[in-house]
Design a protein. Structure first.
Length: 363
């Protein structure tokens, strides 16, 4: 059964002086078995306040953490489900998921921040909240608080001022982590074409609109040169705007330059729909970005989101809630970790719990 929730976004003509709230009523995806909208209402009623306040203070120092936390959530959910395996430390003989090539640019400070929040939540409520639920809330609040800080709305406990949506909770933490090959098999590459992307998302029960909407998370964050320099050298990708390419060549004078650049050339510090405007102007950074405009199967959705920001926000929320329920562990499955980077069991080698092959079950 579909649930309906009000989705709030404040539009301000000038910070603090003039704003009005629009409420959008639209259905959210059904809940996975074992999850609930009110899972911690009794056991940890202040959970969301703790998470939000901790993130808000961190973002005032480093707003780049917001994109980093959303990326961690995506990289966790797409590999073996939203169960916190990407947070697990590995061993020299059995490296964790963070050592896999696509995860080597995950922000260590963002991973550390999830652990700091877990510790603060445990001090308040005891060990009842999973690391995977904290990571999910952190991803949602990264979008919410990003808008607040952009608008100088310094009230983290107030839902207005940002892109707020409810998330189902009740996840448990996994006992295993995936091999590098499994990570590579499950995470879409920045070099992927649209056919590959559609196939990858379909394997998670995410449709084409989910693909385009979730790609809109590239409205903030950065891209590292090796992820897009094949579009610059030896010749410019003909689907890339030449003036945009010229600027990128300054940032990345070689294919393996260690530099980075904002994913969104127009409004790199805002969570908005300008990512799609970039695509229409041939200014998508990755092959996987620009392909969404070039391919007839996704072009219409790009055009819609480029002209209708609220349509993008609504479908982004739907996609995030769907993705956030992939392969969840609930009930007596998994555990509630004492530390996000280490499973609770101290018996045996951590390497013995590496999963060689994982198929994420879709909701």
């Amino acid at each position: 059964m579909e649930s309906k929730f009000l989705f709030f976004f404040v539009i301000s003509s000038f910070p603090f002086l003039s704003s009005f709230t629009q409420a959008y009523d639209f259905p959210l995806p059904p809940l996975a078995k074992g999850l609930s909208w009110t899972f911690y209402s009794s056991s940890c009623p202040n959970l969301e306040i703790i998470v939000r306040n901790r993130l808000f203070n961190a973002f005032k120092t480093d707003i780049g953490l917001a994109a980093g936390l959303v990326r961690i959530h995506f990289h966790d959910c797409f590999v073996q489900g939203c169960e916190g395996s990407v947070l697990l430390d590995g061993t020299p003989s059995a490296p964790g998921e963070q050592k896999a090539l696509p995860n080597q640019t995950l922000r260590p400070r963002a991973i550390q921040l999830i652990e700091e929040i877990r510790s603060e939540v445990e001090r308040s409520c005891g060990r009842v909240v999973s690391c995977s639920d904290i990571a999910t809330l952190a991803a949602r609040d990264s979008v919410l608080l990003k808008k607040k800080i952009e608008s100088n709305i310094f009230h983290p406990d107030n839902q207005s001022g940002g892109l707020y949506y409810p998330v189902p909770l009740g996840r448990r933490d996994g006992l295993t982590y995936a091999t590098e090959q499994t990570v590579l098999n499950n995470l879409p590459s920045p070099f992927s074409n649209v056919t590959t992307l559609i196939t990858s998302f379909a394997s998670k029960n995410l449709d084409v609109t989910d693909l385009v909407a979730l790609s809109g998370a590239h409205t903030f964050g950065i891209g590292h040169c090796p992820a897009f320099t094949p579009r610059l050298y030896p010749t410019t990708d003909p689907t890339m705007d030449e003036s945009f390419a010229s600027r990128l060549r300054v940032t990345c004078p070689k294919t393996d330059s260690p530099n980075s650049t904002p994913l969104d050339v127009r409004t790199p510090d805002a969570f908005d729909n300008k990512y799609y405007v970039n695509l229409k102007n041939r200014q998508g950074l990755f092959t996987s970005d620009q392909g969404l405009q070039n391919d007839a199967r996704t072009r219409g959705i790009v055009n819609q989101f480029a002209t209708d920001q609220m349509a993008f926000f609504e479908r982004f929320v739907v996609g995030m809630v769907k993705m956030g329920q992939l392969g969840v562990l609930t009930g007596n499955q998994g555990e509630i970790r004492r530390r996000c980077g280490v499973r609770n069991s101290v018996g045996g080698s951590l390497g013995s719990v590496v999963r060689e092959d994982v198929k994420v079950s879709a909701v």
